[in-house]
Design a protein around this ligand. Structure first.
Ligand SMILES: [Zn+2]
Length: 288
């Protein structure tokens, strides 16, 4: 069974079908890319597969295991909860999970642990606790981690898990949009450091082009709000920009961004482009 939401994700669909055909399930999976809603859907699909009781195609979506999984009340599927101010999977919770993983499943063939938003919620200290279990995982366990980008996890964790990367139908991921927001806010920030740090993250060509597309969209949103219309992508950022920018600023900033995109397509070094971009943004705004 393939999730209807996975349209467009051909590589991922093939990856999943191969595993399903061979009835081979990894012990640990990282789901990144796309958006959190889609990542969770895929996580739940894999969890259902792990606890499905059907002899035929899995997940069958109708057996007791699947039904309980869908209702989020399967005793072998554990959703990590997160604790404290940062809502993170702290040392205490992670220690519980790795210990619990060695206890046999109650009714299914496998136990599943879903840890969502790991870039935000799985601190390094907990990753290190987790790592020992990933090195020698119990036979009948599936750990599923979701995050914007698997790069936010330790290399040692990544190398012990299978990564499924979702494409977004929108053509960009949460990670791209977050970075675009950071750049847009950096443009109007008092200190140049914010902007420098943000533009420095434009470290791959495709990513840089997508992020700069989004920066242009955020600037256009700001301009739209400025002239009394509505923002499409992010109303909050548009309001913030509007407090600081004039119409002339917007147009100039959009031009500067397009110019940087052109340079990226002409294979100018990314470090050079991002440094120059930062300097030009600042000059457009702060040097009168
Ligand atoms: Zn089933």
């Amino acid at each position: 069974m393939i999730l209807p939401e996975l349209t467009g994700n051909e590589n991922l669909k093939n990856q999943l079908s191969r595993l399903e055909e061979q009835n081979r399930m990894p012990h640990a999976v990282i789901i990144d890319g796309g958006n959190e809603e889609l990542r969770l859907k895929l996580a739940e699909h894999l969890a259902m597969w792990a606890v499905c009781e059907s002899e035929g195609e899995k997940p069958c979506s109708s057996c007791k295991g699947c039904t309980l999984a869908k209702a989020k009340s399967h005793s072998d599927i554990h959703y990590a909860e997160g604790e404290g101010k940062t809502d993170s999977y702290n040392k205490k919770e992670m220690s519980f999970i790795v210990k619990d993983a060695y206890i046999k499943p109650y009714i299914a063939d496998r136990k599943v642990y879903i840890l969502s938003e790991c870039d935000r919620k799985l601190p390094v200290i907990s990753q290190n606790i987790f790592l020992k279990t990933l090195e020698e995982p119990p036979q009948d366990v599936l750990f599923i981690m979701t995050c914007k980008t698997s790069k936010s996890l330790l290399e040692t964790i990544r190398s012990r898990a299978m990564t499924f990367t979702l494409e977004s139908e929108l053509g960009y991921s949460d990670e791209h949009l977050d970075l675009a927001r950071e750049i847009a806010l950096g443009i109007v920030a008092k200190s140049e450091m914010d902007l420098l740090k943000a533009t420095y993250k434009l470290d791959e060509r495709a990513k840089a082009l997508t992020v700069l597309d989004l920066v242009i969209q955020l600037l256009r949103d700001g301009l739209a709000v400025y002239v009394g219309s509505e923002a499409e992508l992010d109303a909050e950022i548009a309001e913030t920009l509007c407090r600081k920018l004039t119409k002339k600023n917007y147009l100039e900033l959009i031009d500067i961004t397009k110019d940087a995109q052109l340079k990226i397509t002409q294979n100018v070094g990314l470090k050079l482009v991002s440094t120059e971009l930062c300097a030009k943004y600042r000059r457009a705004l702060w040097q009168r």
